[in-house]
Design a protein around this ligand. Structure first.
Ligand SMILES: [Zn+2]
Length: 178
């Protein structure tokens, strides 16, 4: 397993350790295993033989399966939220706000919140539309839109606060809030 060449596509971003959901063999639950994306644990137990937990697999915790531990620790790191959001925002309509946000994400801005849900609820609970000072016109269509799902990310960088609207079937829209 090699993760060495994972690093060259987006220099500057901090990668995060790969994470796995914890599970135990249903009929012999002594050890905790790591559920892989494929339908089995990292050590090869099929999914239908395990009970999956809501917490993550911690390789260093006592009672962790040795083979899962070794493979989890050796797994390639993954893009953090800054890098994942950066690649989404790059597809937004070009503009000053977009450039400013891309630069902020490159320098490690805090992705404080990133939610997905039904558009109406995401806007009601997370958008804080009355605080938007830049980019409000761009999101009017999303706010008035006919449902669907919406992602919303709140990014704080110094005194700047950005809110990115990520419609499921359109380009991201960047706004700034006071
Ligand atoms: Zn295991």
């Amino acid at each position: 397993m090699s993760g060495l060449d994972d690093h060259d596509c987006s220099p500057g971003f901090v990668r995060v350790a790969a994470s796995f959901t914890a599970c135990r063999k249903t009929d012999s639950p002594a050890l905790e295993h790591a559920m892989a994306a494929a339908n089995e644990t990292l050590c090869g137990i099929p999914r239908d033989q395990v009970t999956v937990y809501r917490h993550l697999f911690f390789p260093r915790r006592r009672g962790a399966c040795g083979e899962c531990r070794e493979r989890a620790v050796g797994a390639p790191t993954e893009p953090g939220p800054q890098e994942r959001l950066y690649h989404r925002v790059k597809t937004a309509v070009p503009g000053c706000l977009r450039e400013e946000l891309l630069a902020a994400l490159r320098s490690g801005a805090d992705v404080r919140l990133w939610v997905n849900g039904p558009t109406e609820q995401v806007i009601r609970h997370y958008a804080q539309l009355d605080r938007i000072v830049e980019g409000a016109e761009a999101i009017e269509a999303v706010v008035r839109g006919d449902g669907g799902r919406l992602g919303l990310a709140r990014v704080v960088h110094g005194a700047r606060e950005f809110v990115v609207f990520l419609p499921e079937d359109g380009a991201p829209l960047v706004t700034a809030q006071r």
